[in-house]
Design a protein around this ligand. Structure first.
Ligand code: SAM
Length: 305
């Protein structure tokens, strides 16, 4: 069964975050017609679809960094099946719960760092809107294909091509950073978070896509464990609560859907040829999604007061 997802028509509750800085000299950017400009004369044109490229060439590790167009298109088709919706809803719930005080119409500043085509940010805006919370939102991704796809689906957020390694955002400008299946850069998250701000992190759990991985690999790698979280601690973040394990089923009913799942994950490039051939020969597959949801508070952000 296809589960409906929120679309842009449902989302009058998001406005674009405007606290942008120049990726070349970190000066504030101001809007001048169809461009963002800094005092030093750097100018970044806003595309017809509404997004802006704030990724300077010296920050690019390749000509076309991040997810390819094919990965973005495959992910959009997979999201439309609805299997990832419980994960997006759980993330949204944790963000909405983290808003301590009644906002009385005030907005909640949110950055989706590594936003892909904007699925999680749109779902968050939908859930927040139901609680009367307006998001002042930016979605940022290093992939121009992903950001274009996001901008095409909603004009209500600031959609930015950029890198988590040097966020083109002012210090202390957001309440929450969400990072779903992404590449967190904790020092930068601490810099852009307001005092008491939070990071809501969604990462693949040990059983994520296990049925697919068993087909692809003769030997499964052990789970990454908690090791990746030491970077968060080193940047002064503390875990706010225990990890929440999320499980959801995804039914793939055709060879094309299995191919889409392979395309949107790193497995297409990592798996051995025999494993890929086994997966591509299937005409249906039931997989389980397993994600770990964590909320962090930045001690550094708190010290800014
Ligand atoms: C697995 S995808 C997740 C996308 C989205 N959060 C989702 O779950 O649908 C990882 C994303 O991180 C992006 N990415 C990779 N390196 C990045 C970086 N340094 N800064 C920002 N985004 C990055 C990729 O282009 C890709 O869209």
């Amino acid at each position: 069964m296809t589960t409906p997802i929120a679309d842009s028509a449902d989302l009058p509750t998001m406005t674009p975050l405007t606290a942008l800085i120049c990726p070349l000299d970190a000066q504030p950017l101001t809007r001048d017609g169809q461009s963002w400009c800094c005092v030093d004369g750097h100018r970044f044109d806003i595309a017809r679809q509404g997004h802006v490229n704030l990724l300077p060439v010296q920050r690019k590790r390749s000509l076309d960094p991040g997810d390819s167009k094919a990965m973005v298109v495959a992910r959009q088709r997979l999201f439309a099946l609805g299997g990832y919706l419980p994960l997006a809803e759980a993330l949204a719930r944790r963000v909405v719960e983290s808003v301590d005080t009644p906002l009385g119409g005030a907005s909640l500043g949110v950055l989706d760092a590594g936003c892909g085509e904007g699925y999680y940010l749109r779902q968050l805006a939908h859930a927040a809107g139901q609680e009367g919370i307006i998001l002042e939102a930016a979605g940022l991704d290093i992939s121009k294909h992903a950001v274009l796809a996001a901008a095409r689906q909603s004009r209500d957020a600031a959609w930015l091509v950029g890198t988590n390694a040097a966020l083109p955002l002012e210090d202390d400008c957001v309440d929450v950073v969400i990072c779903a299946f992404g590449f967190p850069v904790w020092q930068e998250f601490a810099r852009v978070l307001k005092p008491g701000g939070r990071v809501v992190l969604l990462e693949a759990g040990a059983e994520h896509l296990l049925a697919l991985r068993k087909i692809l690999y003769r030997e499964l790698k052990p789970a990454r464990g908690e090791a990746g979280l030491s970077a968060a601690e080193a940047a002064g973040f503390t875990s706010e609560s225990d990890v929440e394990h999320l499980y959801a089923g995804l039914s793939l009913a055709s060879n094309e859907q299995i191919r889409d799942l392979l395309t949107m994950t790193p497995h297409l490039y990592r798996a051995e040829r025999e494993g890929l051939a086994r997966a591509e020969a299937l005409s249906e597959l039931e997989v389980e999604l397993h994600a770990e949801l964590r909320v962090f508070t930045s001690a550094i952000a708190q010290d800014k007061t």
